[in-house]
Write a protein of this length. Structure first.
Length: 136
């Protein structure tokens, strides 16, 4: 979570083909990546991204990410490449800090404030208990 500002840049043809994004004021404490390296507690991290399509292959998206943080000895840049998959149905998944909805098989249930699984719709059957371990 942070504050991001982006701008589109174009080439000589006048086509906008590069998105540059800078993100600051991210909520701390945070880690750099899955390694668990903590970023500096001053929360002055700046992340700069350059996102663009490959000129030779329109199905390839490049994302150059540069992280500037006092916990790192110098700015760190990594490039991630994403291949476009055509004819795919995409489903949006929003990961909120607290999401009380639980999906079991093809059913959605609600997790109450006291930790109990509740139906999310009228006359919904309880989940099959075979999928849960019994407390001993």
């Amino acid at each position: 979570m942070g504050y991001s500002i982006g701008k589109w840049s174009g080439d000589a043809s006048g086509r906008y083909n590069l998105l540059e994004v800078e993100t600051r004021n991210m909520k701390g404490p945070r880690t750099y990546d899955t390694s668990g390296l903590p970023l500096h507690k001053d929360n002055r991290t700046v992340v700069k991204e350059r996102i663009y399509l490959d000129k030779a292959d329109n199905d390839l998206l490049h994302d150059e990410i540069t992280t500037i943080d006092d916990a790192l000895t110098r700015p760190w840049t990594v490039t991630k490449n994403y291949r476009r998959e055509r004819d795919v149905v995409w489903v949006e998944n929003v990961c909120n800090e607290y999401n009380p909805h639980v999906a079991i098989r093809n059913e959605i249930y609600y997790l109450s404030a006291d930790g109990y699984l509740m139906p999310a719709k009228k006359d919904q059957l309880p989940p099959d208990l075979r999928y849960f371990k019994a407390k001993r």
